[in-house]
Ligand binder design. Structure first.
Ligand code: GLC
Ligand code: CA
Length: 460
């Protein structure tokens, strides 16, 4: 086994990624919603932890039907988060500190308010018609096939202007782009270039495995393991809607675009079994640098299961593919709630000592927990559409807890989602001075990881 020198590694192999959900990090203008200036204000919190890579969930103009994952302008900044100038200042501040910035890129679907879709739905002859996925009704007038939306109901929405249906894997406000159309590819790759020209260091690609659908639009087969407690989306196996063979070529093309620039990173959001997941590395690593590995989020927290998952993942990785590990994100119940506060510490040890690049979701470093959201305060469309099954994602999206003041130092106004009840105990300010706190624990662990190469297993 060759032990490599630190210099031989690319920046994203050496660093830790920190995910910020921008609505909930820090509000600087008193509207109860986090913003870009807020992130800039708090960069030292991240830097002091020893973390150098920040990934920010979408900050683009959006009607916010899915809280930013419905983009109406891929090269703008939502006024709620600030201006393009604020963005440039944030990026400069990040680079000044020797840190990197990863943006969320949402290529599978735009907002229905995007000008492209407005044009597309206008008429069958519009030059943008084929930029989205339009189909005639079935003979009975119903949807063209049985495909279901992740957020409940059919994935097809009837549009009476042209008497056709359009496909949306998520909300009807999130029509899927047609990536088989070369013009779409060109326009969307230019979006990547726009941000890379500004100096953005990489992208987390939203639902990468969804990007291409079956060309023949065949019905999905039933899922024999479906039970009523699951999301209705799970009634089918996604045989023809996700992980289609052509998507891997598309990922390689996307990688070529980032390779026009030096050292830019592509992280793919992919929920698939390990054997399929590792295909997204491409051949000889010409695909995504880091197809997100969610195994530790998805398994029951039992030693034998954890061991099996680690062995299987390491065993499945293609030659020279760089591993990565994730414990939480804005779509998953918080770690401390899922497995308990004590186990959350063990999980942090695992995350930060396993071979590969770790991703930390904001707030995990202080042990934030899911916050109970009363029905009348629910914001997440997934909970609204499929209530009562525990699918809501608001609980893990609540404001960052900075201190013990009225709104936890997040804002001076009532925040958009409620704060955790015990935020006066669990917050950055309190935990800083307590050497037994979760924050101190993370700090020490990360320091150790940086000092002792063997703790991060920087070997191949
Ligand atoms: C991804 C995002 C999730 C969003 C969905 C649709 O899974 O992480 O938050 O709702 O894509 O864009
Ligand atoms: Ca604000």
């Amino acid at each position: 086994m060759i032990e490599k020198q630190l210099n031989d590694f690319l920046w994203w192999q050496k660093e830790i990624v920190y995910q910020i959900y921008p609505r909930s990090y820090k509000d600087t203008n008193g509207d109860g919603i986090g913003d870009l200036k807020g992130i800039r204000e708090k960069l030292d919190h991240i830097k002091d932890l020893g973390i150098n890579v920040v990934w920010i969930s979408p900050i683009y103009p959006s009607p916010m039907a899915d809280f930013g994952y419905d983009v109406s302008d891929y090269t703008g900044i939502h006024p709620m988060f600030g201006t393009m100038e604020d963005f440039d200042e944030l990026l400069a501040a990040i680079h000044d500190k020797g840190m990197k910035l990863i943006l969320d890129y949402v290529p599978n679907h735009s907002s229905s308010e995007h000008q492209w879709f407005k044009d597309s739905r206008r008429s069958k002859d519009d030059p943008k018609r084929d930029w989205y996925i339009w189909k005639d009704p079935a003979p009975d007038g119903g949807p063209p096939n049985n495909w279901l939306s992740v957020f409940g109901g059919s994935a097809w929405e009837y549009d009476e202007t042209t008497n056709q249906y359009y496909y949306h894997a998520f909300l009807k406000e999130q029509p899927d782009l047609n990536w088989r159309n070369p013009e779409v590819k060109k326009a969307m790759f230019d979006v990547l270039r726009f941000w890379m020209d500004k100096g953005v260091d990489g992208f987390r690609v939203d639902v990468m495995w969804h990007m291409i659908k079956d060309e023949q639009f065949r019905d999905n087969p039933p899922n024999p393991d479906y039970t009523e407690d699951k999301s209705p989306y799970d009634k089918h196996l996604q045989a023809y809607t996700t992980d289609q063979p052509e998507v891997l070529d598309l990922v390689k093309e996307m990688r070529k675009v980032t390779d026009e620039y030096d050292e830019r990173l592509i992280i793919g959001e992919i929920y698939l079994p390990v054997e399929q997941l590792v295909m997204y590395y491409g051949d000889n690593n010409n695909g995504a640098h880091l197809p997100f590995n969610f195994q530790l989020v998805l398994i029951p927290w039992k030693a034998a299961e954890i061991k099996a998952v680690i062995d299987k993942y390491e065993g499945a990785l293609p030659a020279e593919a760089w591993p990565n590990w994730v414990l939480g994100n804005h779509d998953q119940s918080r770690l401390a709630t899922r497995i308990g506060t004590e186990q959350a510490r063990n999980a942090a040890i695992l995350l930060l000592t396993l071979r590969g690049t770790p991703t930390i979701y904001y707030g995990e470093e202080i042990g934030m927990q899911d916050v109970h959201i009363p029905p009348e305060m629910v914001k997440d469309p997934q909970e609204k559409n499929i209530p009562g099954k525990g699918l809501g994602r608001d609980p893990e999206r609540t404001p960052m807890q900075w201190d013990s003041t009225e709104y936890a130092g997040f804002s001076d106004k009532e925040p958009w989602l409620p704060l955790m009840e015990n935020y006066k105990k669990i917050n950055v300010e309190q935990e800083k001075d307590d050497e037994n706190s979760m924050l101190s624990f993370y700090q020490k662990l990360i320091a150790l990881r940086q000092k002792e190469l063997s703790f991060s297993n920087w070997k191949i």
